[in-house]
Design a protein around this ligand. Sequence first.
Ligand code: 5GP
Ligand code: ZN
Length: 120
Amino acid sequence: MDNCLFCKIVNGDIPSKKVMENDRVLVFHDIQPAAPVHVLIIPKKHIASMNDVQAEDLELIVDIHKAAQEAAAELGIAKSGYRLINNCGQDGEQTVHHLHYHLLGGARLGALTGISSSHA
Ligand code: 5GP
Ligand code: ZN
């Protein structure tokens, strides 16, 4: 899709530090890591958000989970553990409107927090 940052990364128009890819999914390092390991897992197909996932995309969601397992093993965090997060829409603080999952690990991440002090 034109003007989509992650489609540009998929196409190679914007460089990224890739961890793995296949014909359906790409995993690359987040430009602003929030943990010692922070990568993004995206479908190569443009899907704007979690709200736009259709029944026909079910296999792609499985692919994304498989890619998360593979990336976690590759990055050495499979045993120590990790967190997989999808931010959806305004309240979810989604900033890039191409479906993506954050894979975070490499340290104890603490409990999941809800409303941050900046928005409370
Ligand atoms: P969101 O806030 O939409 O859930 O996550 C978007 C993520 O994309 C953020 O963690 C942000 O750091 C990352 N990001 C934004 N621009 C780029 C970029 O050009 N390259 C990479 N690798 N990550 C990016
Ligand atoms: Zn896109």
